[in-house]
Write a protein that binds this ligand. Structure first.
Ligand code: ADP
Length: 500
């Protein structure tokens, strides 16, 4: 009898849409579907999601993708979950009803709580234990805010409430027997998880007044988590992979060796380097985070992000009206030989690693009478690459490792000019994979390993395929001069906004 084809499905719950992608066992996309859902901004700086919207859109996306693929649900070997990170849910263990809306990672409502923690001298201990730079971005202070605001500490201590990030919330609602779980990569973004002990940290829980009883059990990123409720696809299907989006993408980019690096060029850029079993404390403003945890063994990573990545191009299009669509930036940049010394520092919302200056602001320097639109558009694309190179240098300094190549994905990695410039300025081959949906692919591969569809890493090694490689061509002198110019421009942008 012929062996029946088996499939893997990735649920990719993102900030603006919930997606599902059906993969064949050899890592090819068979079908996909995305459902957008509304964003809520109840006050300036606040961002929320309605938990019902998250669930409904994710279930719809799953059903539609499977329908579109034409496969039988019985042929799905396993499901993997990947998700927007840090977004915080709190729900009643009996009724499943959420306390208010989910607080989204972007939400700044707990900035003052974080400032107080730092003022009280707790910054170092948070950094030491969690690998994170204390910020409102992470889940810990969001959960504290919910417990404080709704006066729920006692109820939480009795075990009547469940906290979770998106992965937890999906598992609780989509799996039979309602498991209250999170995977180690998501746990690592709460500011409550000790990277070394791989457990919730008592001292941090006490600091934020979080009762352990409301926290999920931390599970591996690959392995059986539970079964999909048969009411959804007509069959119980094992869920055997789970990881936050950037971690899944690192896995889906086949960055399995120590020193492997990927960069995702989306609205912002996210760069992660696999550091193996070594927990590296950054001295250059990077975060230490989980890569994934498999078989109880943690693999760690360094992470850095660029706030204005593809968003710089959106800004040129929507605010400056210099281009009518993002892809136009490529031909315009190529229409001039260089920026003629023009640099754009897109510090519109401050600068992250390695600068960490919230008071820097967007700066355009070096213009002459001959400067035109093409020079500025080119400078904007180059700025995305310069910022990424600053992250890469920080990673090299912290890890002492020189990566052999840079794996890329995300919307702006479609720009060949940008990718070539990245290869030139970083003096490293830049490699774009055939399957650009690396986050979903990562979740699917983690699930495939977790359900035994693949016997081990050797069996998935050939599933990652290269599409294009950009090789460095810039001479060393031009490269050094360009970077020097960029850093001079960054200096001009620093400490600009006046402190209120
Ligand atoms: P996200 O997941 O953050 O929404 P995507 O991966 O979909 O982002 O990428 C969208 C971003 O990529 C936008 O900011 C857009 O400006 C940028 N982008 C898309 N295509 C191009 C292109 N050809 N050149 C430069 N930037 C692009």
């Amino acid at each position: 009898m012929e062996k029946k084809e088996r499939y893997l499905v990735a649920l990719d719950q993102g900030t603006t849409s919930s997606r599902a992608i059906v993969f064949s066992a050899d890592g090819k996309i068979i079908a996909s579907h995305a459902e957008e859902f509304p964003q809520h901004y109840p006050h300036p700086g606040w961002v929320e999601h309605d938990p019902e919207d998250i669930l409904e859109s994710q279930i719809d996306a799953l059903k539609k993708a499977v329908h579109l693929s034409g496969i039988d649900a019985g042929d799905i070997a396993a499901i993997g979950i990947t998700n927007q990170r840090e977004t915080t849910f709190l729900w009643d263990r009996q009724t499943g009803k959420c306390v208010g809306n989910a607080i989204v990672w972007q939400c700044r409502r707990t900035a003052e709580i974080v400032e107080q923690l730092i003022k009280d001298g707790h910054g170092d201990i948070i950094r030491e234990k969690t690998g994170l730079i204390p910020d409102a971005y992470f889940s810990g202070t969001k959960l504290k805010w919910l417990l404080d605001t709704y006066d729920l500490r006692e109820k939480a201590a009795k075990g009547d409430l469940c906290f979770g990030t998106v992965d937890s919330y999906l598992c609780w609602n989509l799996l039979t027997d309602r498991p209250h779980v999170t995977d180690a990569t998501n746990a690592g973004r709460t500011m409550l998880f000790n990277l070394k002990t791989q457990d919730w940290d008592e001292e941090l829980l006490a600091l934020l007044g979080i009762p352990r009883a409301c926290l999920p059990k931390v599970v591996d990123s690959s392995g059986l988590i539970g079964m999909l409720d048969p009411a959804i696809l007509g069959r119980p299907i094992p869920v055997t992979g789970m990881a936050g989006d950037q971690h899944a993408s690192l896995f889906g980019q086949a960055c399995w060796q120590v020193g492997d690096v990927k960069n995702t060029y989306g609205t912002g850029c996210f760069m992660l380097m696999n550091t193996g079993d070594q927990l590296i404390r950054s001295e250059n403003g990077l975060l230490t985070t989980m890569a994934w945890r498999i078989g109880g063994r943690p693999t760690y990573a360094l992470e850095g992000s660029v706030f204005m990545g593809g968003a710089t191009i959106q800004w040129l299009r929507d605010e400056m009206k210099m281009i009518s669509k993002a892809s136009e930036s490529e031909s315009l940049a190529e229409s001039v030989k260089s920026t003629d010394g023009v640099y754009l520092v897109p510090a519109m919302t401050g600068l992250g690693a390695p600068w960490w200056d919230m008071y820097s602001r967007g700066t355009l320097v070096g213009m002459t009478r001959g400067t035109g639109r093409a020079h500025i558009v080119r400078a904007a694309l180059e700025a995305i690459a310069y910022q990424s190179e600053d992250l890469m240098r920080a990673m090299i300094r912290d890890s002492g490792r020189q990566p052999a190549r840079l794996q890329v994905d995300g919307g702006a990695s479609a720009n060949a000019f940008l990718m070539q410039f990245q290869a030139d300025i970083s003096h490293i081959p830049v490699v774009r994979p055939r399957v650009m949906e690396t986050t979903a692919l990562g979740a699917a591969l983690l699930a495939g390993l977790g359900c035994g569809l693949y016997g081990g890493m050797e069996e998935i090694a050939h599933l990652w395929e290269k599409d294009l490689e950009f090789t460095p061509q810039m001479d060393e002198e031009t490269r050094a001069n360009s970077m020097r110019g960029w850093h001079r421009a960054v200096e001009r942008s620093l400490n600009w906004a006046e402190r209120g």
